[in-house]
Design a protein around this ligand. Structure first.
Ligand code: SF4
Length: 133
């Protein structure tokens, strides 16, 4: 796998062999590694290899539910599949990055600024989420 072991662990891990691999197989390989979860795997494969995976971190998860893209009871895995279906593939990176930005700056977990939100007119949760949102 292109890594060299030293006393403190691998010096360098080369994932270049994943380029051109099937996205789901690549995801399964990465999550089989110690400490690698589905979100990390999807981030690596999307941003490094442009594979069609849409990572769902805490911000993407929260905003997707508040905006009504994903049902409240859906699992993270279901959310990933739904978001991958409704988002054009060429927009996966920008969708992911922009939801994180919006989640940090405006649609925060405990204190969303719905009054200043550009999405308020189309958001089913506008003014309805707060401390538990
Ligand atoms: S209107 Fe409120 S709940 Fe909806 S996206 Fe904006 S900040 Fe979040």
């Amino acid at each position: 796998m292109g890594e060299r072991e030293e006393a403190g662990g691998p010096e360098r891990i080369d994932l270049e062999f994943l380029r051109g691999a099937d996205a789901e197989e690549a995801r399964q390989f990465l999550v089989s590694l110690p400490g690698v979860g589905p979100k990390t795997a999807a981030v690596v494969l999307l941003f490094a290899f442009r594979m069609p995976l849409l990572p769902v971190d805490t911000h993407v998860n929260r905003l997707s539910r508040r905006l009504g893209f994903v049902p409240a009871g859906a699992s993270i895995e279901e959310a990933e599949r739904i978001l991958e279906e409704i988002t054009p593939r060429e927009k996966y990176c920008s969708f992911h990055v922009n939801l994180i930005r919006h989640g940090r700056a405006v649609c925060r977990a405990r204190s969303p600024s719905c009054g200043a939100c550009v999405l308020a007119e189309v958001c089913p949760s506008a003014g309805r989420v707060g401390q538990k949102g």
